[in-house]
Design a protein around this ligand. Structure first.
Ligand SMILES: NS(=O)(=O)c1ccc(NC(=O)NCCCCO)cc1
Ligand SMILES: [Zn+2]
Length: 258
């Protein structure tokens, strides 16, 4: 049992990889041919107000771009969602090399990185913290990043990263429209899942875009220059901050496209 125990405590999170009784954990592999087209899925409607952007924060797991979520100025609605959800933050997961880095996989293929735009159900819950604990509390849009052309919109974010190299550093970042990071193709998969870092709560409706965005090598390398560690500690590069794949269990992945 020591073998299982060692594997269960992943070095990055110092917490169990599987939560006892978890039935809808994330990330998962999306087997394209097992996904089920749902004609009743609506198009996802995204309306972000770029002036709600606040700052970039290195929280020691990733770097988060956080938004003012005190009003409904930046929201998503439609898709698989019954309510509108407010944008709170977006962040990324990436690898040490281009062969892996995403949290979700498609037909067992990893992308070099994955963007998560985190939204919460402010129609039903008074605070984000409460929404985190509820089955319909959160909606996260996942966008795969693939190696390719330079991404103009991402570059403004990349230029600010040296200012948040160390854990627990923050830099002001205003007027950014995250819509520029979302592919134009409307197609997505959706399934019921969880947060992929502590508290791992099963509160996320995942909306995974089929089409990746392209970023270039320098932009991926800029992510890899960040540190897990605080200023003054022995430097540990922020790489491979993705959770291992979790069992699908009794879930179906639906697609918005045939
Ligand atoms: N990678 S992920 O699933 O998109 C994700 C998103 C948010 C969070 N957590 C978060 O925003 N805040 C944590 C505080 C929860 C308790 O108040 C963890 C993982
Ligand atoms: Zn994430």
């Amino acid at each position: 049992c020591s073998y299982r125990l060692r594997d269960a405590l992943h070095p990055l999170w110092q917490s169990p990889l599987t939560i006892p009784g978890g039935t809808r954990q994330s990330p998962i592999n999306i087997q394209w041919r097992d996904s089920v087209y749902d004609p009743f899925l609506k198009p996802l409607k995204i309306s972000y107000d770029p002036t709600t952007c606040l700052h970039i924060w290195n929280n020691g797991y990733s770097f988060l771009v956080e938004f003012d979520d005190s009003t409904d100025r930046s929201i998503i609605v439609g898709g698989p969602l019954e309510n509108q959800y407010r944008l709170k933050q977006f962040h990324f997961h990436w690898g040490a090399i281009n062969e892996w880095g995403s949290e979700h996989t498609v037909d067992s293929k990893f992308y070099p990185a994955e963007l998560h735009l985190v939204h919460w159900n402010a129609v039903v819950y008074p605070t984000f913290e409460e929404a985190v604990m509820e089955g319909n509390g959160l909606a996260v849009i996942g966008v795969f990043l693939k190696l390719g052309a330079h991404h103009e919109g991402l570059q403004t974010l990349v230029d600010a990263l040296p200012a948040v190299k160390h854990k627990d550093t923050v830099v002001e970042f205003d007027v950014f429209d995250p819509s520029c990071l979302i592919p134009s193709c409307p197609d997505y998969w959706t399934y019921a899942g969880s947060l992929t870092t502590p508290p791992l709560t099963e509160s996320v409706t995942w909306i995974i875009k089929k089409q990746p965005i392209e970023v270039d090598e320098n932009q991926l390398e800029a992510f890899r220059m960040l540190l897990f560690t605080s200023d003054g500690e022995e430097e540990k590069r922020m790489v491979d901050n993705f959770r291992p794949l979790q069992p699908l269990m009794n879930r179906t992945v639906r697609s918005s496209f045939q």
